[in-house]
Write a protein that binds this ligand. Structure first.
Ligand code: FAD
Ligand code: NAD
Length: 484
């Protein structure tokens, strides 16, 4: 074997690159194999998240939010900006620059921490043995005392709407439109559908979202989901629930070339329906990239949905082989993968690090953002646990009013018997950061009283968190409390 390492990581998305950096920090001679490459054949690090996921989508969300504010909100502040115009090419160039800065940043962190980057397709041959393949067919075997698999995920395709990268695109294509589609269809009212649907809606597209389920955002409790649906609908997203897509065709001669046929469960009598769009985004979930990742002779256990099977510490069925991130069970979120990467590295170094899977925050980066963690009211009720809830609206926050950003609410869920916080859901400006205050509190086992007795700066958006804890105890100050 030409090269030997203490640790070889396959994949440099957030799970893989964080694992590699932490391993190197802990003194392991570490390599990271990445197949994504730049035109000059150098590996491009950062995976889905940095290249075609979290970061570019947030860059477009921020640009489109500013544009929408200018068109629809500036006048309320007395700012005369007129209608303005969006230069889509300039918006994309800024997005690409942000992506480049961050992917180069990971390359710099690898150099600084002495992680060896290897360009190529990694394949597990067995414990301690990784093959690196090149597009020209060349193969090299490298040795590793420990292997961490972090090959991530890819968009799921559905037969009725095959992606052609011209008219029908997945999330990657939706980050690359060269103009604002007049009519945009989105399949799936999940995180990607709502975020990317919002981007193009704010820039002027008429957006229709076709969602197969009857329930909107099933991870939320029904009160919060209803509030979110109300806000998104008011913003102009036409979200059709219970819409099962059956087929599509592209006719370039039509004004709106993509024709989608679907069953509308909410309007059964009328039978099948059709809708026409300029572009269609398919955002129906992602699946793990596990095909071809290991030589079948290695015997790596992979479940029926393609996830590499791991225990609570991300150990696979093979000795000294671990798997992290979207490749394994749990939510497909960058921060969940990063924490798993850290956990595996630290456990290799003999530490007892764990991931608290009960407390993975989720955020939809629309405006307002939607963020949640822990258990919601409906879940606690199903488990027969008596709970109190504290709801406080952004409309009653002085800071939110001053910022002209009053949509949303905080809903804190508290176990009645112990006053311990069980979960929190936030819709509102900066919901991700506000939720994080509760996540930290929950990590410390805080009660609603702990939050209630904490001093919050005034006027700050975080006062809505404070008031939700007061409300859970029946004595919010800036709203009239319901009698209990
Ligand atoms: P990935 O990021 O998918 O990285 C895997 C890497 O492995 C890739 O670089 C791939 O090229 C490489 N690879 C695969 N196979 C091999 C092989 N055999 N050899 C060598 N290299 C290989 N999550 C959030 O938490 N917040 C967000 O705001 C967010 N926004 C998103 C927006 C979009 C549009 C999308 C698509 C996803 C978003 N996600 C977000 C999800 C997030 O991107 C993923 O959860 C995260 O990237 C998973 O990290 P990972 O390291 O497991 O895998
Ligand atoms: P998702 O699971 O969030 O949503 C997919 C939606 O599509 C679901 O509501 C599902 O019911 C619906 N659906 C499935 N099949 C359908 C069909 N045939 N017709 C109509 N609707 C259908 O998946 P996503 O939005 O594609 O995102 C993929 C992953 O990426 C998620 O796991 C998410 O965690 C991650 N992601 C996270 C963020 C974030 O954290 N802000 C942003 C983007 C993506």
């Amino acid at each position: 074997m030409s090269k030997e390492f203490d640790v070889v990581v396959i994949g440099s998305g957030p799970a893989g690159y964080v694992a590699a950096i932490r391993c190197a920090q802990l003194g392991f001679n570490t390599a990271c194999v990445e197949q994504w490459r730049a035109p000059d054949d150098q590996p491009v690090y950062g995976g889905t998240c940095l290249n075609v996921g979290c970061i570019p989508s947030k860059a477009l969300l921020d640009t489109s939010h500013k544009f929408h504010e200018m068109r629809h909100r500036f006048a309320d502040h007395g700012i005369e900006a007129g209608q303005g115009a969006i230069d889509v090419a300039a918006m994309m160039a800024r997005k690409n620059k942000v992506v480049g800065q961050l992917t180069q940043g990971v390359a710099g962190l690898f150099r600084g921490n002495k992680v060896t980057g290897i360009s190529g397709k990694g394949r597990l041959l067995g414990p301690g043995r990784v093959e690196v393949g090149q597009p020209n067919g060349e193969k090299e075997e490298i040795g590793a005392a420990h292997v961490i698999l972090a090959s991530g995920s890819e968009p799921i395709a559905i037969p009725p709407t095959p992606v052609d990268d011209a008219f029908i695109v997945d999330s990657t294509g939706a980050l690359e439109f060269d103009s604002v589609p007049q009519k945009l269809g989105v399949i799936g009212a999940g995180v990607i559908g709502l975020e990317l649907g919002s981007v193009w809606s704010r820039l002027g597209s008429e957006v229709t979202v076709l969602e197969a389920l009857d329930d909107f955002l099933p991870a939320l409790d029904r009160q919060t989901a209803r509030e979110a649906l109300k806000i998104f609908t008011r913003q102009g997203l036409d979200i059709k629930l219970g819409a099962r897509v059956e087929g599509s065709r592209v006719n370039k001669r039509r004004k709106h070339p993509v024709v989608v046929s679907y069953q509308d469960a909410q309007d059964k009598e009328k039978g099948g329906k059709e809708a026409s769009f300029d572009k269609l985004i398919v955002a129906v979930g992602r699946r793990p990239v596990s095909a071809g990742l290991a030589d079948p002779a290695a015997g790596l256990a992979i479940d029926g949905r393609g996830f590499v099977e791991v225990d609570a510490f991300c150990a696979t069925n093979l000795p000294n082989v671990y798997a992290v991130g979207d490749l394994v069970r749990g939510p497909m979120l960058a921060h969940k993968g990063m924490e798993e990467g850290v956990m595996v590295a630290e456990r290799l170094a003999g530490k007892k690090t764990q991931v608290n899977y009960a407390l993975v925050p989720s955020v939809i980066y629309t405006h307002p953002e939607v963020a949640w963690a822990g258990k919601n009211e409906d879940e606690l009720k199903q488990e027969g646990i008596e709970c109190a809830t504290g709801v406080f609206s952004f409309a009653a926050s002085g800071r939110a009013l001053a910022a002209h950003d009053t949509d949303g609410m905080v809903k804190l869920v508290v176990e009645k018997a112990t006053d311990r916080i069980a979960g929190c859901q936030v819709i509102g400006a900066s919901a991700a950061d506000l939720l994080q205050q509760i996540v930290i509190a929950m990590e410390f086992g805080a009660s609603a009283e702990d939050i209630a007795l904490t001093m919050f700066p005034h006027p700050a958006l975080s006062e809505v968190v404070h008031e939700s804890a007061l409300a859970a105890r029946g004595h919010a100050i800036h709203k009239v409390n319901r009698k209990r």
